[in-house]
Design a protein around this ligand. Sequence first.
Ligand code: FAD
Length: 407
Amino acid sequence: MTERFDVIVIGGGIVGATAACALGEAGLDVALVEARSAVSSEAKPGRDPRVFAVTRASERILRSLQAWDAMPPEDVFAFTDMEVWDAGGGGALHFDCAELGEPYLGHIIEPRIILAALMNRLGSVSRVTLLRPARFREIYIAADEAVVELEDDRALHARLVVAADGVRSPVRAALGINTREHDYRQSSLVALVRTAESHRHTAWQRFLPGGPLAFLPLEANWCSIVWTRPTAEVERLLTLDKETFHAELGAAFDFRLGEITDSGEREAWPLQRRHAERYVIARAALIGDAAHAIHPLAGQGVNLGLLDAATLAQVVLEARAHGRDFGSLRSLRRFERWRRGDNSLMMSAMDGINTLFSNAGTPLQTARVMGMGMVNRTAVVRHLLMRHAMGLSGDLPDLARAPVSPE
Ligand SMILES: Cc1cc2nc3c(=O)[nH]c(=O)nc-3n(C[C@H](O)[C@H](O)[C@H](O)COP(=O)(O)OP(=O)(O)OC[C@H]3O[C@@H](n4cnc5c(N)ncnc54)[C@H](O)[C@@H]3O)c2cc1C
């Protein structure tokens, strides 16, 4: 069986679904191929332990695609402040949205809530054909089209294939695109925890010698924690009984929100940096974690992926509007030039911060205290960092610039 589309997106995670939505809404015929049969744990009660910090730029993209309002308000948690401090030397930073005249800095949301909203929205974009469950097997690149073969023997033809199939990206491997990798030898432990005191709608991050510990605010006194430590340490933390875990976590967090009074299941995520050497070849482009996997310490991974999706859609649509072949290498290079530099910069910044704060040596400790003090005292620098964390700096695609209501 042979089917023809303008674009085939492989991977129906948040990034792939966003790309399919943006392209389909603009009138292209899109196939979205996803291996899983339904949004994972769609029907599962309770919250996932892992949540995402979603920037204002991502919010704009999701609002522009009419997916934001499909999320139940009780599952979307705005945070207004950020507290960052260094366990090793007394340096501290405070960011407050009011300083920028903004109502909040960003939101904390479970991935499955964002994905369900996108899938719900895709249901009304008639130009998108959702093939699920369907698994990518092989890709063949010809001069004027790409052919994707699925495991059920279907063959899909299109002028462009978008790989949004995650960090291990079978499409990237099939295209022979190499990655540069670095094993951080760290893992992130994630869990829902309840604290004695209110989180005050603040995202908290304490830098400890083994890695950062973040508390991301949800309802009432609940937070989702991301506790990054050397992998063997995380494995030990997974085995602790609740009482010991609460005591160790409370101490690591300097009891900023009082005692830890309850917690849910704990999960561990091993951390690796991975960056594709190229984002594009003729007829194919990589976006999201298929192109770049980044340290989660600033919660930027999916946010960068959404910017990739919005940028690629804009580049493709502008090429089409000018009568050019949007799957040609020439057209796609514009996407690579636009996104690769920004993503590289963010990856280097995360590595720099991770190294700076994971090192207990005295000169680095002094530099941290001085640097954080300087930033905290200098409004211009602080505002610059806040805008960066909100995703509002740099060369944004149109979908991330669109006016948002209400803001
Ligand atoms: C501990 C931790 C905390 C994080 N916190 C944040 C945060 O706060 N903010 C943030 O922005 N980012 C965060 N991230 C990063 C974020 O998880 C990723 O950047 C994001 O999930 C990548 O989305 P994606 O759509 O590119 O890939 P994925 O979510 O991996 O989606 C890939 C999709 O492709 C499908 N697929 C795979 N193979 C095939 C195939 N052969 N055929 C068809 N389909 C296939 C999969 O089923 C999947 O649905 C965090 C990461 C970690 C580890």
